[in-house]
Design a protein around this ligand. Structure first.
Ligand code: UDP
Ligand code: MG
Length: 315
């Protein structure tokens, strides 16, 4: 492939404190790669203003005037990191051979961008940026993040460990992404399900350039919950399993109680009080679970996710 045209997509929500520095750094990465003949001169950077209420958009406009590579996209209101990112990816997918998403606070190492592009030039469709360590994150952030990945795994959500949204996607992967019509799109979970040729690059997670994290504890919980419920019916299955287990336990208890009745070793009234309680509880939960399984199926159908993507064609 000759020099690919690359776009960098960066969602910003109230990032006025970091934007000038981020623009400068990303711009110099792009210029350097153009000079090295790695990427086309038409490569660009887009900042997505996710309904900020500080001077973020003004700064984007100023930087777009200063640097010819910089573009801006302003969203009508704050729609959250995932949707802002999606807006950027879908709006610019036709303008580049591949798009790289990166947070505006530059916590992800821009020095691996070149490695991503090299991998892309060699035919990789998705390059995940994966954090080697989180020395610079707070104790709280590090452990909640760890818990997040573990929980996702337990709940059968297939995501790349320690990968946030720093990644390169080729045009065909972005076209595939565009076919997912779901409202609650969990991009990190979707990309691995698309397939094609996927690789990883490693980097150290840095500190925020400036400003505060936009993810409060509540936002993090809601993010994790969204991830689980939009990818897995496992919580529903869990209900079925628990119901069935209680039901089985009840059968064992009945056997034990009947044995007591037979040997004359029993408390009057105990059997008729306790057993039906467990029995009905188990049966009820089990039935809920079964209903849940059907709801899960309906849920999967309602999402109307595409079932396959064509990798190669020989004409
Ligand atoms: N962000 C956004 N919309 C939001 C919240 C965050 O576009 O509603 C952007 C934010 O500006 C940043 C990225 O998403 O570029 C990641 O957010 P942040 O750095 O606050 O998250 P953390 O790194 O702490 O997980
Ligand atoms: Mg950050």
């Amino acid at each position: 492939m000759n020099k690919p045209q690359i776009g960098i997509i960066s969602p910003c929500y109230n990032e006025a404190l970091v934007l000038n520095e981020t623009s400068l750094r990303l711009n110099s990465v792009i210029e350097e790669l153009i000079l090295k003949n790695c990427i086309s001169e038409k490569s660009f950077i887009v900042f997505i203003d996710d309904g900020s209420n500080d001077s973020t958009w003004k700064i984007i406009e100023e930087n777009a005037k200063k640097h010819s590579q910089i573009k801006g996209l302003k969203l009508a209101k704050n729609v959250g990191h995932q949707n802002a990112l999606l807006a950027g990816l879908l709006t610019y997918k036709e303008d580049a051979d591949a798009l790289i998403s990166i947070d505006a606070d530059l916590q992800d190492d821009i020095n691996v961008i070149e490695e991503m592009i090299i991998k892309f030039s060699q035919g990789t469709d998705v390059v995940y940026g994966v954090r080697k360590e989180r020395k610079n994150d707070s104790f709280f952030k590090r452990n909640t993040a760890l818990l997040f990945y573990k929980l996702m795994k337990k709940m059968r959500v297939n995501i790349v460990y320690n990968h946030a949204d720093f990644r390169l996607c080729s045009k065909r992967v972005l076209n595939a992404l565009a076919e997912y019509g779901e409202i609650n799109l969990f991009i990190r979970g979707i990309i691995p399900t698309i397939g094609f040729n996927q690789k990883t690059v490693y980097y150290n997670r840095l500190e925020r350039l400036a400003g505060k994290s936009k993810y409060s504890i509540l936002k993090m919980i809601s993010f994790a919950w969204n991830g689980i419920t939009s990818f897995s019916n496992y919580p529903l299955r869990l209900v079925t399993i628990i119901g069935f287990a209680i039901f089985c336990l009840c059968l064992i208890m009945s056997a034990y109680a009947l044995f007591g009745l037979y040997t004359g070793n029993y408390v009057p009234g105990w059997l008729s009080t306790v057993l039906p309680m467990y029995f009905l509880g188990g049966v009820q939960l089990f039935c809920f679970g079964i209903i849940g399984e059907y709801i899960g199926k309906i849920y999967a159908e309602v999402k109307q996710r595409p079932r396959y993507f064509i990798d190669k064609k020989i004409d």
